[in-house]
Design a protein around this ligand. Structure first.
Ligand code: NAD
Ligand code: UDP
Length: 340
């Protein structure tokens, strides 16, 4: 049987690279397309090193119709996993046009190219940010959609475009995957999250405090209605998240269907729980101080992940200790022994 070929947009990014490794290990052919606006080309070699397989890499932009035309013309693509996008919530608020143009127009160009070449199987990276704040914090796929920032709006809009495409043409198979808080790194320490500058997200920030690059963590509020007063989130190991993509793809191809699923653990953890787990696992200290709440944060956000389990048997396996250990390995390896 010939191997299936998967185009991964945003393939050298954090989630794309981990998913690429698992696809290669499952014997898919992988083509990565990335404009390198938020990742580095050496990720390709790292993915090849972990998997022992070759990857095709194309430096290009999903907004470039000519580039997309060539990619689809020259390669027998069976399905697309679409990760390419801008993802910083604060940046989206200050640069809305850039976010809508990249995330929404870019996605539309990609879907048009797919349609022209008859490639109608797609997984899309959506986010828990599409849900409105319901005051409870546990979200299932039917929860109300009401994004509260520009970034979340771009995800909601692309979801809506995809719902309309499916309604107009039943031969599309679309997987809308709503991620909660992806953290951790590949256990090899060769790939992980590599944010530019000072991280916005909790786990990479903690890692930089533990390594001494930053002096302390600011904990954004300890007066939330949660057991220790700090925010509760659903942290999911990147390996579990990547596996969720493989299972979704297999399910969609096998059942010839579309899905919308949450990818989370269903276990909320507080900011301080994560800090203490990190300290315990790595034996490093993570000094912190309590500061004001961050604008736009909700108290609690975690997944009801039962649909993914019922449909395709997927559930997260890693706990927060493993998430911390793998983040730390990546943080230390990427600075020291990592020379390819
Ligand atoms: P990332 O920034 O590491 O990866 C995205 C990749 O897309 C980068 O390598 C970037 O260079 C590339 N890219 C951006 N715009 C592009 C364009 N126009 N053309 C080609 N390449 C482009 O981010 P990630 O964490 O791997 O996220 C992947 C996807 O998952 C994004 O769409 C993001 O919005 C979504 N998501 C991420 C999280 C998270 O917390 N990491 C949560 C929910 C959803
Ligand atoms: N957080 C924090 N300090 C930081 C970054 C984040 O206290 O420097 C908290 C934030 O208020 C939230 C949780 O950590 O309760 C997760 O935030 P993150 O930005 O990682 O993800 P979000 O859920 O906001 O997308």
């Amino acid at each position: 049987m010939t191997k299936k070929t998967i185009l991964i947009t945003g393939g050298t990014g954090y989630i794309g690279s981990h998913t690429a490794v698992q696809l290669l290990e499952a014997d898919y052919q992988v083509i990565m397309l990335d404009n390198l606006s938020n990742s580095k080309a050496d990720v390709v070699q790292r993915v090849e090193k972990i998997s022992g397989k070759k990857v095709s890499f194309i430096q290009g932009d999903i907004r470039d119709d000519q580039c997309l035309h060539q990619v689809f013309q020259n390669n027998p693509i069976d399905a697309v996993i679409h990760f390419a996008g801008l993802k910083a919530v604060g940046e989206g608020q200050s640069q809305p046009m850039r976010y809508y143009e990249n995330n929404v127009s870019g996605s539309l160009s990609l879907f048009q190219a797919m349609q022209s070449f008859g490639v109608k199987t797609l997984l899309f990276s959506s986010s828990a940010t599409v849900y409105g704040d319901d005051g409870v914090g546990k979200y299932h796929e039917q929860s109300a959609l009401s994004p509260s920032n520009v970034y979340g709006q771009t995800k909601y809009m692309v979801e809506q475009i995809l719902r309309d495409i499916q309604a107009s043409d039943a031969s599309w198979r679309v997987g809308i995957l709503r991620y909660f808080n992806p953290v951790g790194a590949h256990p090899s320490g060769y790939i992980g999250e590599d944010p530019n500058g000072i991280p916005n997200n909790l786990m990479p920030y903690i890692a930089k405090v533990a390594s001494g690059e930053l002096t302390h963590l600011n904990v954004f509020g300890n007066d939330y209605p949660t057991p220790d007063g700090t925010g509760l989130r659903d942290y999911i190991h990147i390996q579990d998240l990547a596996a969720g993509h493989l299972e979704s793809l297999r399910y969609m191809l096998e059942k010839n269907t579309s899905i919308t699923v949450n990818l989370g653990t269903g276990q909320p953890h507080s900011v301080l729980e994560l800090v203490h787990a990190f300290e315990q696992v790595t034996e490093q200290s993570v000094p912190y101080q309590i500061t004001q709440r961050r604008a736009g944060d909700v108290a609690i956000c975690y997944a009801d992940p039962s649909l993914a389990k019922t449909l395709m048997g997927w559930q997260a396996k890693y706990n927060i200790q493993q998430m911390c250990a793998d983040t730390w390995r990546w943080q230390t390896y990427s600075k020291t022994i990592l020379k390819i």
